[in-house]
Design a protein. Structure first.
Length: 512
């Protein structure tokens, strides 16, 4: 799980600038000390030079060292100067330069690993940051007309890459953030932020290869809201398992309006590739606690096009609505815990030129396709897979962190090409044998499936020449083994049963 460290480090840096503040009647030194306590309590090593004069505390040469095990490598982040200025009303202003250099250095473990150094700059225009409140209830407000992040130089080992090979530009307009932080046995917080628009531009090129990749995108009306509680002290920032055991409970939601993204690969040797996607709106929700981890997301009005040398024309499609949800346990327990997975896609429609590539004769029904998948179940988590040492052991051994106890197909609906497949069922797994084989699942239960319009679809595929008649005959024979006719026209149903002796039955007939 070492890859979580830079991601989590970036999140904590954001909290550093937005989540903590001063309170009426305190000095800039008190504010800075609270920041230090927060960062060090999260497992970071922080060093800086402090210079206090009159009403201003200048903090320079700031460096965060992300502590980790020696065999996991190291990461550090350096800033130049922050000024904490006492105001007459008891608040404190945090003053940063309009252009603030940031240096990130990553030293991977291993004798052959190459060190990475990124020189970045944070650009701010028309910004203001004020911190107010009292020691147990602090509020920070931040606003900026423009906020940007640029990659100025990338160094890998002894090689340096400029903008022609490694480019990153992010620009945010009309940025506003308000965060309240409260101290007790835990540190609780709630945060709300809005960004009128985000644009980004990334460019990647290996100097030894001719291919060039460029990614550009925009998002409008970005909104972020989060709240939770965090432990006051942690030995290592990458130890998510330790944070969860100590009581971490956090949730957040991001919503976005119209967004676009393009990927263009210029490759003189193999041909150019172009991908473009646009979405009218989207949401992403995340919840993390000792009770589990969950994600949920939605997208509305999505359109995608792909052009590659292998295609005579662009492949394009649109989706009216798409959604997903995923929840899983995160802490080791002898008792089975719940998990769930859901996928939903409404109105998947191919463009006419794309249909022309697949079905030039127009024989297939071109109604939009729909998909619904709703899974849930129980599993016993045998390891804390967020623990850094456990994660490394799992990666080296290929060991799974848990065992499946129950699987429930609540709903399966696939509608496409004039046919419809539905299903549901429940299967339990016997893990109580004296010598369990972790590579073998022992299911007991049943799954019911129904297919409507399958025979008509096969006839259409054969008549259009898309599927050879012999292949269709083989498909009908397989369906005859696993399914039986239903009362409704052109409808097949199948009940797959899994027994305790290891047998599999299809509609009462043993197939294994």
């Amino acid at each position: 799980m070492t890859h979580l460290r830079p991601i989590f480090g970036s999140a904590v840096l954001g909290m550093f600038f937005t989540a903590h503040g001063a309170w009426a009647g305190v000095t800039p030194n008190d504010v800075w000390q609270d920041w230090r306590d927060y960062m060090q309590g999260m497992g970071y090593k922080l060093t800086a030079t402090e210079d206090s004069k009159d009403t201003t505390l200048a903090v320079s040469n700031i460096q965060f060292d992300f502590a980790a095990d020696a065999d996991q490598g190291q990461m550090s982040l350096s800033l130049e100067t922050l000024n904490f200025v006492q105001n007459g009303d008891g608040s404190v202003s945090v003053v940063m330069p309009a252009v603030m250099p940031v240096v990130v250095e990553i030293t991977p473990a291993g004798p052959d690993a190459k060190a990475i150094r990124m020189a970045l700059s944070i650009n701010q225009n028309g910004y203001d940051m004020q911190v107010t409140g009292d020691p147990a209830d602090m509020t920070s407000t931040y606003s900026a007309g423009a906020l940007g992040l640029n990659l100025d130089q990338l160094t890998v080992g002894d090689e340096s890459y400029g903008a022609q090979n490694a480019l990153l530009n992010v620009a945010m307009m009309d940025v506003r953030n308000t965060t309240t932080s409260r101290l007790g046995n835990m540190r609780s917080y709630d945060q709300n932020a809005t960004v009128a628009s985000v644009t980004y531009n990334m460019r990647f090129k290996n100097p030894d290869e001719p291919a060039l990749a460029v990614i550009e995108g925009t998002t409008k009306n970005l909104k972020m809201a989060s709240d939770g509680v965090l432990p006051l002290g942690l030995a290592q920032v990458s130890d998510m398992a330790g944070m969860l055991r100590a009581g971490m409970d956090a949730s957040g939601k991001i919503t976005g309006g119209n967004s676009t993204v393009t990927l263009n690969i210029e490759d003189p040797a193999n041909g150019d590739v172009a991908v473009a996607a646009a979405t009218e709106s989207s949401t992403l929700t995340v919840e993390t606690s000792a009770d589990g981890l969950s994600y949920a997301g939605t997208r509305q009005g999505t359109a995608v096009s792909v052009q590659s040398p292998e295609l005579p024309a662009a492949l394009s499609f649109a989706i009216d609505n798409a959604a997903f949800n995923l929840s899983a346990p995160v802490t080791k327990s002898p008792d089975p815990q719940n998990f769930a997975l859901g996928l939903n896609m409404d109105g998947l429609a191919l463009s006419d030129p794309t249909w022309g590539l697949i079905d030039p004769q127009g024989a297939l029904p071109r109604d939009p396709a729909n998909l619904t998948l709703d899974l849930s179940g129980k599993l016993t988590l045998l390891m804390d897979y967020f623990d850094p040492q456990t994660a490394e052991s799992m990666a080296n051994s290929g060991t799974l962190p848990g065992q499946l106890d129950m699987f429930q197909l609540n709903s399966l609906i696939i509608e496409a090409l004039g046919a419809k497949l539905t299903g549901n069922g429940t299967v339990n797994f016997d893990n109580a044998t004296s010598e369990p084989d972790p590579g073998t699942l022992k299911p007991v239960g049943a799954v019911d499936l129904k297919l409507t319009g399958g025979s008509a679809l096969l006839d259409t595929l054969v008549a259009s020449g898309l599927v050879p008649a012999q292949t269709a005959m083989g498909a009908r024979m397989i369906l005859g083994i696993f399914a039986v006719p239903d009362a409704a026209q052109d409808t097949l149903k199948s009940r797959l049963e899994f027994t305790r002796d290891g047998s599999i039955l299809a509609n009462g007939q043993r197939i294994k």
